[in-house]
Write a protein that binds this ligand. Structure first.
Ligand code: TZP
Ligand code: MG
Length: 216
């Protein structure tokens, strides 16, 4: 995959914001997010037809801005709305199972918290790994212990050039350190979804992620 796609990877579900999620997504797209994942889970999460409808609207918005649209966990939904890829966790469907079900040009990402999981994901043919949680987060209730920039750096050293996006409790001020530690970009929910100005915040994240990659 083009690793630039991971620079500002925004994740959103309807319960991650008090605003209209489509408004938040469009603002984030205007600000310059590079990849999007629909992650509809937890308290008050939409299901069935309502979930699918929101997914379709989000995909259409993403495509207006030429940003790929990925779905978290739910491979049947991803297929049903003709997404551009899926992201699975360690407890979800395996990459082998996912690859058998989806078109060959889809992006398939996997979450990894340690080097063993990361190396396995690389062997299994993941396009990228989401590494974290970097910091503590209130957004994911069952998040594992934070691994910090040090944990990320260790994983980078073990997986060679596999595309990596850092995730978990990431704020603007963390971005440069994370890119220095081997991340191709950062993935955030609340930093953008709870921002008073998601467009400006997304733009600032892009500037930080970009600025540093140009310096190298
Ligand atoms: N996976 C690991 S941490 C996390 C996910 C989905 C939550 C990220 O949300 P936030 O608000 O950016 O900490
Ligand atoms: Mg999952």
């Amino acid at each position: 995959m083009k690793r630039d796609l991971l620079q500002v990877y925004f994740i959103l579900g309807s319960n991650n914001t008090e605003e209209d999620p489509l408004y938040v997504l469009e603002e984030a797209l205007k600000g310059g997010i590079t990849l999007f994942q629909f992650r509809e889970k937890g308290r008050g999460a939409l299901e069935g037809v309502a979930k699918k409808q929101l997914a379709i609207q989000m995909k259409e918005l993403c495509h207006q801005y030429r940003v790929p649209f990925l779905v978290n966990d739910d491979v049947p939904l991803a297929l049903g709305v003709e997404a551009d890829g899926v992201h699975v966790g360690q407890d979800d469907m395996s990459i082998h199972e996912v690859r058998k079900m989806v078109p060959s040009n889809w992006l398939v990402g996997v979450s990894s918290t340690n080097a063993e999981e990361a190396i396995q994901a690389k062997k299994d043919g993941a396009d990228y790994i989401g590494v974290g949680p970097i910091n503590s987060t209130n957004t994911k209730t069952d998040a594992k212990q934070p691994i910090g920039a040090e944990g990320l750096q260790e994983i980078r050293e073990r997986v060679g050039d596999l595309p990596i996006v850092a995730i978990g409790g990431i704020r603007l001020g963390h971005v440069i350190r994370l890119v220095q530690s081997g991340a191709d970009g950062v993935s955030v929910i609340s930093a953008i979804s709870q921002s008073v100005n998601p467009r400006t915040t997304a733009g600032a994240f892009l500037k930080h992620a970009n600025y540093y990659s140009r310096e190298q």
